[in-house]
Design a protein around this ligand. Structure first.
Ligand SMILES: Nc1ncnc2c1ncn2[C@@H]1O[C@H](COP(=O)(O)OP(=O)(O)OP(=O)(O)O)[C@@H](O)[C@H]1O
Ligand SMILES: [Mg+2]
Length: 326
């Protein structure tokens, strides 16, 4: 089945003086997918979202959201689009419920539906018991969740999430990721930015890798990882210590390298997988030592990132959540 495109861009570009913040991006987002913009600080993620949602004017190029050209028809598009900015747009002094009601009004939700929508979202997001508490008193994770709820109050078809889990602890981030993935199951198209490789890997159907305003690669996490797969890596665990026999094993491996991980565990790198399995099986028979486990080690998205960008994945680790609000 041919699926529609939720976003389509052609040479989308933003300059700030001499700086090319977003550099001729041409990409598309398919309806119903979670599409990720993965890139280090300053790579142009937020600027792209701002252009797509009509908050910043492209210097060059064009884009459509759900078929509407932006910025030209951004106000029409906005009826079907929710935006969760990197810094919350909700009011500290209003209660959770009043924030949602305010957003419902702002987005033109019919009056008789405002309260029921707000209540339902508070329930869906596990915040109903806190509905009368001021937003300012919420934890970081709860603030994020409510900010997402607020972006859904007009039942959009597409959601933009700018760094949804930045600065959250592991537990809050995990719960928010579950929530995001459930939203997608309900048919929503999601465009999210992140500098967490693991998050992009877990959540996204496709990932665009963005560095200094340019997209270097767009593909599924699986396909990106395959790019990093230059040689086979297999780990074997044995039923007994094999360190004293490693020399014998190496002679049987026909060019592949064997490394000791623990007394009874090795990693074999390179070579042809089926030949390696045969050789290790033979070794195990010759020495009467059983093989307890054999695992092919796939490259991680970190390996792929390094290969595609030439940058160390640690450029993504820069913590910036600490300084931000909401
Ligand atoms: N209003 C602005 N005026 C001048 N420069 C800007 C403006 N907004 C963004 N930039 C610059 O554009 C570049 C891209 O910024 P952007 O915020 O889009 O990056 P980002 O990928 O979202 O980064 P982060 O991961 O830190 O959120 C940066 O060099 C930034 O300094
Ligand atoms: Mg940003």
């Amino acid at each position: 089945m041919q699926r529609d495109l939720a976003v389509q861009t052609e040479n989308l570009t933003k300059r700030y003086g001499d700086l090319l913040a977003v550099d001729h991006l041409s990409f598309h987002v398919i309806e119903g997918e979670i599409f990720g913009f993965l890139g280090p600080n300053g790579s142009g993620k937020t600027t792209t979202i701002r252009m797509l949602t009509g908050l910043a004017q492209p210097t060059e190029g064009r884009a459509t959201i759900l078929g509407y050209p932006v910025p030209g028809e951004a106000s029409q598009a906005r009826r079907y689009v929710g935006v969760v900015p990197d810094i919350s747009n909700l009011y500290d002094e209003l209660s959770a419920l009043d924030n949602l009601l305010f957003m419902a009004k702002l987005y033109g939700v019919p009056k008789r539906e405002q309260r029921s929508r707000a209540d339902q979202l508070l329930k869906d997001f596990g915040l109903y018991l806190r509905k009368d508490d001021r937003f300012g008193t919420f934890s970081r994770g709860m603030k994020r969740a409510l900010t997402i709820a607020a972006a859904l109050v007009h039942e959009p078809r597409m959601l933009f999430l700018d760094e949804p889990t930045a600065g959250l602890d592991v537990v809050a981030a995990r719960s928010l990721r579950n929530l995001i993935s459930n939203l997608c199951h309900s048919g929503l198209t999601i465009f999210l930015t992140t500098h967490y490789l693991e998050e992009a890997d877990l959540l996204c159907d496709r990932i665009a890798i963005l560095v200094r305003g340019k997209i270097l690669k767009v593909d599924t996490p699986e396909a990106l990882k395959r790019l990093a797969e230059t040689q086979s890596i297999i780990e074997f665990s044995f039923g007994a210590d094999i360190i004293h026999l490693i020399g014998d094993l190496r002679l049987m491996l026909d060019g592949a390298d064997a490394f000791i991980l623990e007394e009874d565990r090795i990693r074999v790198q390179g070579g042809e997988p089926s030949k390696i399995f045969d050789a290790v099986l033979q070794f195990s028979r010759d020495n009467g030592i059983g093989i307890e486990a054999a695992n092919s080690i796939r490259p991680s998205l970190e390996d792929a990132f390094l290969r595609i960008t030439g940058l160390s994945p640690s450029v993504m680790a820069a913590e910036k959540g600490g300084q931000r609000g909401g």
